[in-house]
Design a protein around this ligand. Structure first.
Ligand code: PMT
Length: 405
């Protein structure tokens, strides 16, 4: 891919052990043809020397808010105007907090605040710091401002603990940046996406649901929006913040999801059913809390509407994409769903074992249509969603150019 040829990328490096990977990221961006300028915070210079980044970027490295102009002829305003894209990798909890509240007390944050360039953050920190409510609240706020968060990865950390907080690998971060420069291949298209679980109430406090977090569906909504589409996200209960610029309709039950989809489908070009919709709901939802005065309880269930099949069966149906969460015979079960539900494409999703897609930051998919299978290997859901969006767009355009001709 050559999407970064001549692109002006500002790489911000903050203080964290993952700063050593920023050298590899800088080299990768240069290899892809980008013009890279680097700002390091003072803490970052404790982990990796400016000389390393200077040699790799072939440019002076910026650090000091007050001496930058006199030293290098490029102050924060010039850097802010120059950048077409800003990526901060690693982004420490401290820098994330400063960005969230606009505390411009160093060159990096000052430059970001003065820039209109899209901002990508690749967080890296101890897993407890990442999970801390303060960090999560700051991340949510930044997402609501349109900042893209790439990662973090899960696994063993430099501190010896295991959890979510490792910086994504440089190659994956570079791919995120490449995607950003691709054309608006879904411009003027309307996309409706379902995401998350549904909740089928048994009584006012209990219900039946599943482990879907909504991450895959929200990532697809974000990727379609970035590709130029107008996106409506119809979401079951999740803890996620809707992607910037995406209209989100919150529902609880499968019936409510079906009603919301049908109310929004008429102008839709592409429908993607990512939600883990309950197949059945209790016949009766009790008005009062069920008392535990019996040894066993039998709950009578009734089928919920199959939203995906309903959309695919519409006259003038949109290009319809389903997901198939499978624990065994993944491809053949997904192929059956492709045919039974009459959809244009289905994403077979393995969900058993340690690598289950449910509530994970990562996933892998096999995209199945009538022409064959395309495997998208395991990576972050954000990147996977970008890859899948491209595949959907390609098939959508092929289908409609054939119909029109
Ligand atoms: O939310 P995450 O934690 O990120 O996890 C993502 C995911 C695992 C939930 C997602 O990638 C996924 O696989 N979603 C589909 C889950 C599912 O319920 O699959 P299914 O095989 O039961 O359903 C097949 C398809 O029919 C799905 O597109 C589903 O949205 C749709 N369906 C199912 C039942 C129903 N009543 N109506 C539907 O529209």
């Amino acid at each position: 891919m050559t999407e970064l040829k001549g692109k002006k990328i500002l790489l911000g490096i903050t203080g964290g052990i993952a700063a050593y990977k920023s050298a590899v990221l800088c080299r990768e961006l240069k290899r892809l043809g980008a013009d890279v300028r680097v700002i390091m915070t003072t803490a970052a210079t404790r982990f990796i020397t400016p000389l390393t980044l200077q040699a790799l970027s072939n440019q002076p490295v910026h650090n000091d808010l007050f001496e930058a102009e006199s030293d290098h002829g490029m102050g924060h305003i010039e850097l802010a105007r120059w950048a077409e894209q800003i990526v901060i990798a690693p982004a420490s909890a401290n820098t994330i907090a400063k960005l969230a509240c606009g505390q411009a007390d160093n060159l990096l944050v000052t430059t970001v605040l003065a820039s209109h360039a899209p901002l990508y953050l690749a967080p890296a920190m101890n897993h407890a710091m990442w999970r801390h409510p303060a960090t999560q609240a700051n991340v949510e706020l930044l997402i609501s401002h349109g900042v893209k968060i790439v990662g973090p990865d899960a696994g063993e950390q430099a501190c010896g603990e295991v959890g979510t907080g490792r910086m994504l690998e440089p190659g994956e971060i570079a791919e995120h940046l490449q995607q950003q420069f691709q054309h608006n291949f879904l411009a003027e298209k309307q996309v409706v996406i379902t995401a998350g679980p549904t909740w089928e109430a048994l009584d006012p406090v209990r219900g039946l649901s599943n482990r879907s977090s909504g991450k895959m569906g929200y990532a697809l909504a974000s990727a379609c929006k970035d590709a130029g589409a107008t996106v409506k996200l119809i979401s079951g209960p999740t803890a996620l913040h809707p992607p910037y610029g995406v209209e989100c309709i919150n529902i609880t039950s499968a019936q409510q999801m079906a009603d919301a989809v049908m109310a929004n489908i008429s102008k839709c070009d592409i429908f993607i059913g990512v939600a883990a919709v309950a197949d059945y709901r209790p016949v009766n939802s009790e008005k009062q809390k069920i008392k535990k005065n019996q040894e066993t309880v039998t709950i009578e269930m009734v089928r919920n509407p199959d939203i995906l099949a309903m959309v695919a069966a519409l006259d003038n149906a949109p290009f319809t994409v389903g997901f198939a969460a499978e624990t065994e015979n993944i491809t053949s079960n997904a192929q059956q769903k492709l045919t039974a539900k009459g959809v244009d494409m289905i994403a077979a999703n393995p969900v058993s074992g340690d690598n289950s897609a449910f509530n994970s930051e990562f996933n892998e998919l096999s995209l199945i249509d009538r022409n064959g299978i395309t495997h998208l290997s395991r990576c972050s859901k954000i990147l996977l969603a970008q890859r899948m969006t491209k595949e959907i767009a390609r098939r959508y355009h092929e289908t409609y150019s054939t119909k029109d001709s």
